[in-house]
Design a protein around this ligand. Structure first.
Ligand code: MLT
Length: 397
């Protein structure tokens, strides 16, 4: 008899954003004339930067030309892109990360979900609560149930410390999804020191680093002393350059970063991750990597920064409107997410905003127990829609 992986019965049958999509579709079916405004899933709405578009067109032309044509590329990503990432995202900030340490992929979500394959089935995991569901669900699917939840609450500024954390691997995401909170260098340093002391690992998700405007907030875990011996960093072009539909991300696994075999011997992680990727992944497409390369040109940097500034402008409007309406809000300054304390059932609040304002948000409970009582509002939409959503929410609230 064929047996299923019963670990799947330990996760919710529907992924959070799929569940929200079902509710929105049902609402739209019942109210076909309603103009629904989506401030739910963090999906970008602005067109790609002109320099990225030009690079994509050029890459398409390459594929039409026998002498410039590209078939399979290197599974780790093309050197032309990895060099630019190392230079602009790290060396220009004084951080020691080389092109060899960067593995390009088709998105940060895949890397966040796949990286756990490198570790033993019985490693203990810690995640923030609330949390991006991918970290938890992928570990549960793999049979890990020893998952420590680190409460992220208003009391700790939504940044848990390492005190009392007994895990082997901790997932940290700052600027945070879903709370929009940021971590200071001292807070991240405490985690790095904890990880080095315990021979533990930090999986640092920096998908939202491009939204940081406060110069004191770290963009990378490698800004902390000692992080190269205890941290993997995962980055995304989705929010940085509007690549949610294009798909591209990368993971940094530093030279010399190790985990341990049962006999106590050190096993370098980059060869393992490379082995995993070369076996299960055939590389991100040439086109998308050429598009991403353009993000690192001076124009690309200017254009993508301007788009993020635009979303941050939306976030500021949402944040200020909700605060003026009497709600405690977090995030929305160095993050596209505004986390709103609604002092009540978050799915009920979500349903009410959908039914009465035709505005889609994300209920905090979908991100974990400590998310109950909050909703997340995303700043990814046109200015016109954000302003209209604010007016409609004000009326309802
Ligand atoms: C979110 O809304 O939390 C994100 O868009 C999900 C993702 O990046 O996969």
């Amino acid at each position: 008899m064929l047996h299923v992986n019963e670990n799947y019965s330990r996760i919710k049958p529907t992924y959070l954003f799929a569940e929200i999509a079902h509710r929105v579709a049902a609402h739209q079916q019942a109210h076909p004339d309603a103009k629904v405004i989506r401030l739910g899933i963090g999906d970008v709405t602005e067109p790609l930067a002109p320099s990225v578009i030009a690079a994509l067109h050029k890459a398409v032309d390459d594929e039409a030309d026998r002498s410039a044509f590209h078939g399979y590329g290197p599974e780790q990503g093309y050197a032309f892109l990895r060099e630019r990432i190392a230079e602009v995202d790290f060396r220009a900030r004084g951080l020691e990360v080389s092109a060899d340490e960067i593995l390009v992929s088709d998105g940060a979500k895949c890397d966040c979900g796949n990286i756990q394959e490198l570790f033993a089935g019985d490693v203990r995991i810690a995640v923030g609560d609330p949390v991006y569901p991918v970290y938890v669900d992928t570990n549960v699917m793999a049979g890990r149930h020893d998952i420590q939840l680190l409460p992220c609450t208003a009391a700790n500024g939504f940044v848990p410390g390492p005190e009392g954390c007994t895990a082997d691997i901790v997932y940290l995401c700052y600027p945070n999804n879903p709370t929009g909170a940021t971590a200071t260098k001292a807070q991240l340093q405490a985690w790095v020191d904890w990880a080095n002391d315990r021979k533990a690992l930090i999986l640092f998700d920096a998908a939202y680093e491009a939204f940081i405007r406060d110069p004191t907030i770290p963009h990378s875990i490698y800004e902390c002393a000692g992080a190269r011996t205890c941290a993997i960093e995962i980055r995304s072009f989705s929010k940085t350059a509007g690549f949610t539909g294009i798909r591209l991300g990368y993971t940094v696994v530093p030279d010399g970063l190790v985990a341990y075999a049962a006999d106590g011997s050190a096993v370098p992680l980059r060869p393992m991750w490379t082995r995993r990727q070369t076996t299960k992944f055939n590389g991100a497409s040439y086109l998308t990597q050429r598009g991403a390369e353009a993000v690192y040109t001076p124009e690309g940097q200017r254009e993508t920064r301007a788009t993020i500034d635009f979303y941050l402008g939306n976030a500021k409007l949402v944040r200020e409107a909700l605060a003026a309406a009497g709600y405690a809000v977090t995030g929305g300054t160095d993050s596209p997410y505004v986390w709103v304390d609604v002092k009540g059932d978050s799915w009920a609040f979500f349903d009410r905003l959908l039914a009465e304002a035709n505005v889609v948000t994300t209920p905090g409970a979908g991100f974990g127990r400590e998310g109950e009582g909050y909703i997340r509002i995303s700043a990814f939409n046109s200015r016109e829609n954000v302003l209209e959503a604010i007016e409609r929410m004000k009326k309802v609230l």
